[in-house]
Design a protein around this ligand. Structure first.
Ligand code: FNR
Length: 380
C-alpha cells in the first residue's frame, strides 16, 4: 500500500516492481563488458534458462479460507532468527556495477535485517564491509584459496570482523566457458577488480616479490594462481572444520550423494545452486535438483536454494520444494547498478512484499507451511 499511497501525490517507484525487468534496464546503463559479466552464464546459456523454466513449470495451487490475516515471515536459519527466508547471495566484483559496491548492498540488506553474504572476490575488503553491516547478521563466502596460509588468514580475518557463518563455494574450482566474457575478452579480476581481500591480506602479500602497488600485474597473476583449487576433495573439509568454529555451509551442491557427504563431513548446511547457470552448461536446473537433496539430507542439514529466483512466487516454490530460505543473486546486483543502495533496498522490499502476498493469497501465514502438495508440475 505504501506505493499506492505515494501514488496519490503522483509519485511512482523509480525502478520497476517486476524484478524480471531490471536486467534489460541495466543493459542500457552499463558497458558490454561489465553487463555481460553479470548477466552472462556458461555455454549457450541453457542452464540459466533451465533455472527459470524449472521454477515456471511448477505452479502454485492456492488454498482458500485459511485465515491469513496475521502473517509472520520469520524463520530460523543456522540457529539465527531471520525476518524472512531470504539472504543476499555472494556476488563478487560489485564495483563494476556501482562505485558504492559491496558496502551499499550490505547497508541495504542490513536495513531490512536480511543477511548479506560477502564474497571472497569482493571489491572492498571484508573488514570495511563488516562495518557497513552494523548489527546485522554477517556471513562470509570462501573461494577456497590454494595457499593454506591465505585460507587460514581469510578465516581469521572473517572471524575477527564478526562474520558468523562460512559459505564455501564448491562449484568454481575453475571459471567455466563463458562466451559473453570470452567474446568481450573481459574478466574483471584481470583489471584488479575483486582482489581486495587478497591484496589486503598479509599471508597473500608474503608470497609476493614486490608490494602490490609496485607490481600490480604480478599481484594479479599471483591471485589468479591461488584464487581457487581444482585439486580439493572431500577429506580437505577437515581443514575448514578445524579452522572455523561457526556453521559451515557448502554452496553449489546439486547431487544428493554430495549432500550426504556434506552431512557426513560435519557440515551444517548446503546451498542447492548451480551458480546462477554460470558454471556447468547443460547442468540440472537448481529447482529440479532441490527435491532430491531435501529428501537425502533435509533432516540433517539446513538446505538453502539459489539460481533463478526473481519473484515472490519463485521464493514460495523453493520453500514448497523444501528449502529453508533462498539466496538472491543477479536482481540485487542490477538494483545496485541502477540506483546504488536505494536500488538494492527496492529489490529486497519488492521481493519480500510479493512473497508476503503470494503466501497470503495461497492460504499460508508463514514461510514454514508450504509443501510439495501446494505445487503441481505443468508444461510451460
Ligand atoms: C556470482 N556468484 C558468486 N557465488 C559465489 O559463491 N561467490 C562469488 O563471488 C560469486 N560471484 C558472482 C558474480 C556474479 C556477477 C554473479 C551473477 C553471480 C553466484 C551467486 O552467489 C548465486 O549463486 C547466483 O547469482 C544465483 O543465481 P541468480 O539469482 O543470479 O539467478
Amino acid at each position: 500500500y505504501e506505493i499506492y499511497l505515494s501514488g496519490m501525490t503522483g509519485a511512482v517507484p523509480r525502478l520497476p516492481t517486476d524484478l524480471t525487468r531490471l536486467e534489460e534496464l541495466t543493459e542500457r546503463r552499463l558497458g558490454p563488458g561489465p553487463f555481460g559479466y553479470v548477466a552472462g552464464s556458461a555455454g549457450d546459456g541453457s542452464t540459466a534458462r533451465a533455472n527459470r523454466a524449472a521454477l515456471a513449470r511448477r505452479r502454485i495451487v492456492p488454498r482458500m479460507l485459511r485465515d491469513v490475516h496475521e502473517r509472520d515471515l520469520r524463520v530460523e536459519v543456522l540457529g539465527r532468527p531471520l525476518p524472512a527466508p531470504l539472504a543476499l547471495a555472494p556476488v563478487g566484483v560489485l564495483s563494476i556495477m556501482h562505485p558504492d559496491a559491496e558496502p551499499a548492498a550490505a547497508r541495504a540488506a542490513a536495513a531490512q535485517g536480511v543477511p548479506y553474504i560477502l564474497s571472497s572476490a569482493s571489491s572492498t575488503p571484508m573488514e570495511q564491509v563488516a562495518e557497513a553491516m552494523g548489527d546485522a547478521e554477517r556471513w562470509f563466502q570462501l573461494y577456497w584459496p590454494k595457499d593454506r596460509e591465505v585460507a587460514r588468514s581469510f578465516l581469521d580475518r572473517a572471524r575477527t570482523a564478526g562474520y558468523t557463518a562460512l559459505f564455501v563455494t564448491l562449484d568454481t574450482p575453475l571459471l567455466s566457458w563463458r562466451p559473453r566474457d570470452l567474446d568481450q575478452a573481459y574478466l574483471p579480476f584481470l583489471h584488479g577488480v575483486g582482489t581486495a581481500n587478497y591484496f589486503s591480506d598479509p599471508a597473500f602479500q608474503a608470497g609476493l616479490a614486490k608490494p602490490v602497488h609496485e607490481d600490480p600485474n604480478a599481484a594479479v597473476m599471483h591471485f589468479v594462481g591461488m584464487f581457487s583449487d581444482p585439486g580439493k576433495s572431500w577429506p580437505d573439509l577437515a581443514f575448514l572444520r578445524e579452522n572455523w568454529d561457526g556453521p559451515i555451509v557448502l554452496k553449489g551442491v546439486l547431487h544428493p550423494d554430495d549432500a550426504r557427504l556434506a552431512a557426513d563431513a560435519g557440515m551444517d548446511g548446503v546451498v542447492v545452486s548451480n551458480h546462477g547457470g554460470r558454471q556447468v552448461a547443460g547442468s540440472v536446473a537448481a529447482a529440479d535438483a532441490l527435491p532430491r537433496v531435501v529428501e537425502a539430507v533435509g533432516d540433517r542439514l539446513t538446505v538453502l536454494f539459489d539460481s533463478g529466483v526473481r519473484t515472490g512466487d519463485d521464493v514460495f516454490k523453493a520453500l514448497a520444494l523444501g528449502a529453508r530460505a533462498v539466496l538472491l543473486g543477479r536482481p540485487y546486483a542490477y538494483g545496485l547498478g541502477l540506483d546504488g543502495e536505494a536500488g538494492v533496498e527496492h529489490v529486497i522490499r519488492c521481493l519480500l512484499a510479493e512473497l508476503d502476498l503470494t503466501l497470503a493469497l495461497s492460504g499460508h501465514a508463514s514461510p514454514l507451511t508450504p509443501g510439495p502438495s501446494d505445487l503441481v508440475e505443468a508444461p510451460v
